[in-house]
Ligand binder design. Structure first.
Ligand SMILES: [Zn+2]
Length: 150
């Protein structure tokens, strides 16, 4: 596997739905399903997981953009039929935009994880009561009984 990282931005390659490592291979095999690995460079696509991140960002973006549009579309029609038609049209547009934005957002978040080699946090030890864990000893201030006596 080629571990050379692309000089391209992970945001640019994510928007284009391309591999964050080489910038050429396709990320998805289906609508929001990643391939197992890149066809071009062999980068494994199982090393990162975007979880609910894309849905969170796209949902809040849609909330910010479409809330005023829904309010206006709800106020302007003078008849019930006009209200139902405007709400139906707004709902279809909102759903379409959300479905259109999910793959690029997922690609960008995934490529950012690959680019920064993000992974789950790991503890070397959880420590015991009164004993500082190994991974926390470097930045621990000295206890009063460890201070030099003057
Ligand atoms: Zn690749």
């Amino acid at each position: 596997m080629n571990r050379r990282y692309s000089s391209r931005s992970p945001i640019e390659t994510g928007i284009r739905l391309r591999c964050g490592n080489c910038g050429q291979g396709k990320l998805f095999r289906a609508y929001l399903k990643f391939k197992d690995e890149c066809d071009i460079c062999g980068q494994s696509f199982s090393v990162a997981d975007t979880a609910d991140g894309p849905a969170f960002f796209v949902g809040f973006l849609a909330l910010i953009v479409f809330t005023p549009a829904f309010v206006i579309a709800g106020i302007l029609p003078e008849t019930t039929t006009g209200f139902v038609i405007s709400m139906t049209i707004m709902s279809i547009i909102c759903l379409g935009v959300i479905l259109l934005l999910l793959p690029p957002f997922k690609g960008v978040l995934f490529n950012l994880q690959i680019h920064h080699r993000a992974e789950e946090g790991k503890f070397s030890s959880f420590g015991e009561h009164g004993v500082v864990p190994e991974n926390c000893k470097r930045n621990t201030p000295p206890r009063p009984d460890q201070l030099p006596k003057s």
